[in-house]
Each structure stands twice: as C-alpha cells, then as structure tokens.
Design a protein. Structure first.
Length: 170
C-alpha cells in the first residue's frame, strides 16, 4: 500500500453523530459505494449487486436515509459546462460571538457551494462559484458590508486538479 492510501485509509468506517459512533457493515458500505457511483440505481439492481434481497436493500437504504448518512440524491454536474468558470476560496474573519450567525448568512447565498468552520487565522472558509469576475467582485463587496465580518482573503482557483465530494470507502 502506498503512503497516500495509508494516510487516507479508514480501518473502521463509521460516523460520529451527537456524541455516538456507529459502525457500518459490508452491506451498508456496499450500498453507499453503489449509490455514490450511480444514485439512479434501482433497489433491485442494488440487491442483485450485493447478493441480498430487494427488501433488504430497500430497508437498509431507508435506514441510512433515516440516520442522515444518505442525505439526498443528485447528479454530478460540471459547473464550467453551465458557464460557472470562476471558483474562489474565500477566507473570512468574523466576530466570535456572531460566528454561527455569519456562517448561516453566507450559506444562504446561491453562489456559495460550501461553508466550513475552520481553525487558524480565519474562522470561515467558503467555496464560491461565479460566471465571471463581476459576480465575485459583487459577492466580496457585499460580504465586507455584512455586520460582524472583520476581514476576508480571496483566492481564485486557477485549475481544478481534483474535486470529488464522494467518500472513498477503501
């Protein structure tokens, strides 16, 4: 096994939710892998691929949905094909007592893809997408006029090397 895989490897796959840790068996992990590859698969196809009954596949999927592991089903879209050719990473310093409020305000904006609560010199990292730099410019100016935001640093993405939010369940 190469160093990178050893670093990323998860020997015990589980999720921590509200202080509890839950482990998943091979059927659950197989379902997740299949649905990440193609979220349009039928219950019958999933059952066939995993060697279980359709009822088992259905119940397992509903259980994973109920636990919030499967949060939804979506298509993987290439943003540049729709004209969203500009991606930026915006680092934001906010006043500590209003951090959650600021994060929620940022998350509501249509151009925002992700919002992360981070450590370091900045409090928030936001990934944003635009069709042109005018959109980015307007977003940053609006952001800086938002109460409780002290400072921002914007990094424009030049090339996307990897962008894949699916979990690799080795």
């Amino acid at each position: 096994m190469n160093e990178r895989k050893a670093y990323c490897r998860r020997d015990v796959v589980g999720v921590v939710e509200s202080g509890s840790h839950q482990e998943f068996d091979e059927i659950d992990l197989g379902i997740i892998k299949l649905l990440q590859r193609d979220s349009r698969l039928s219950f019958n196809k999933i059952a066939s691929e995993l060697g279980v009954s359709t009822g088992t596949a259905y119940n397992r999927i509903k259980n994973l949905e109920g636990k919030g592991v499967l949060k939804g089903y979506t298509a993987l879209v290439d943003p540049s094909k729709l004209g969203f050719t500009m991606t930026a990473i915006v680092l934001i310093q906010a006043e500590g007592t209003h951090l959650v409020e600021v994060e929620k305000q940022i998350a509501e904006k249509d151009c925002v893809v992700s919002v992360y609560d981070i450590t370091g010199d900045f409090d928030i990292a936001a990934i944003v997408r635009f069709k042109d730099r005018n959109g980015l410019n307007a977003f940053i100016k609006n952001l800086l006029s938002t109460p409780y935001i002290k400072r921002t640093v914007t990094n424009v993405v030049l090339n996307v090397i990897k962008e894949d939010f699916r979990i690799n369940l080795l």
